[in-house]
Design a protein. Structure first.
Length: 300
């Protein structure tokens, strides 16, 4: 069985690592904040002292950290993965980062004979816990095939997207569709409030038809309950939309919806909402207008 090193035991990483342990993979974990490894140790994981040690002790190293610069740090800083890799091993990056940087990281790892897959995920914390993540994978096909059992232990819809960087490109398309959808839900709920409709039956009514979506099912109830705890934070949503902006500049063309949600999330970040869940986008208007009361339970 593949020996797996796992870096980044945050909101997503922790449940994903638990699912690898449950599937029987021998696991060594590393996290910048050590205490976040404890639940995994209780389930049988070993803890490494550095990302380098994980690389030295594993066949495959998986990382799910925050942004492009964090993956770069995990890989190439002193004590990073790159210093411990050897011919024949694989590094899988499951964070959402720049497709362009991904290709560069992959080339650099290959100099030491280490293959890289970019395998960002969608489905949120719940998908990570329930093993229903979508996983979009870029890299060599034979490397993908060798790692499929790992992906199957963490997710449900596993898609080979093509060469290095294509997993990240696919994920950015996902983020455009998802963020515009979230704006649609937020706008719908604000309209419900402005029109004086009863929120819960209205959401129920529109959930079964053409307006249904993951955002409506999962985030509208949170908004109605004034629950702005992060599954996916505004900070990370905004980070992804910055990646989208770069991606769009690379491919060229007009993408007004993506530009609009990018600017709205940037504004939410500026206003200090970064650590709230992305459903907190709605509070842009609560704060700005001063006329709309906060969402009350069940009513808007
Ligand atoms: P998170 O809870 O903030 O966890 C991030 C993890 O990365 C933490 O373990 C953090 O360590 C570690 N980390 C960050 N920067 C680091 C660095 N420079 N060096 C070493 N470790 C570092 O974030 P998350 O929600 O799990 O998201 C992780 C990735 O998955 C992001 O790329 C995000 O866009 C993507 N994603 C998230 C969701 C979601 O719903 N949350 C869904 C799909 C994809 P510390 O514990 O020390 O902070």
């Amino acid at each position: 069985m593949l020996r797996v090193g796992f870096i980044g035991t945050g909101i997503m990483g922790q449940p994903m690592a638990i699912n690898l342990l449950k599937a029987g993979f021998p696991l060594m974990v590393f996290n910048r904040t050590k205490s976040r490894c404890e639940p995994l140790v209780a389930l049988g994981a070993a803890v490494g002292r550095s990302a380098r040690e994980l690389a030295e002790q594993s066949d495959v190293v998986i990382a799910i950290v925050s942004d492009t610069s964090d993956v770069e740090q995990v890989l190439f800083s002193e004590g990073g993965v790159w210093h411990g890799v050897r011919q024949g091993m694989t590094f899988i990056d499951m964070s959402t980062i720049s497709p362009r940087a991904t290709v560069q990281f992959s080339k650099r790892l290959l100099e030491k004979g280490c293959e890289m897959l970019d395998a960002p995920v969608s489905g949120g914390e719940r998908g990570a816990r329930e093993k229903t993540l979508g996983i979009m994978v870029g890299g060599k096909r034979d490397v993908f095939d060798r790692c499929l059992t790992l992906f199957q232990a963490m997710g449900k819809t596993i898609t080979y997207a093509g060469p290095s960087g294509n997993g990240q490109k696919t994920k950015l398309v996902n983020q455009v569709v998802a963020a515009i959808n979230l704006l649609a839900v937020v706008e719908g709920l604000r309209l419900v409030r402005a029109a004086g409709l009863d929120a819960e039956p209205t959401v129920r009514a529109i959930s079964s038809g053409a307006a249904s979506s993951w955002m409506l099912t999962n985030l509208a109830p949170k908004i109605l309950n004034n629950d702005f705890a992060p599954g996916f934070s505004i900070r990370l949503q905004s980070k992804d939309l910055n990646l989208v902006t770069q991606f769009i500049a690379d491919v060229g063309g007009q993408f007004p919806g993506a530009q609009l949600v990018s600017s709205l999330f940037a504004e939410a970040l500026r206003r200090g909402f970064g650590e709230a869940g992305n459903q907190g986008l709605i509070n842009l208007w609560n704060e700005a207008g001063g006329q709309e009361p906060p969402m009350a339970s069940g009513k808007v």
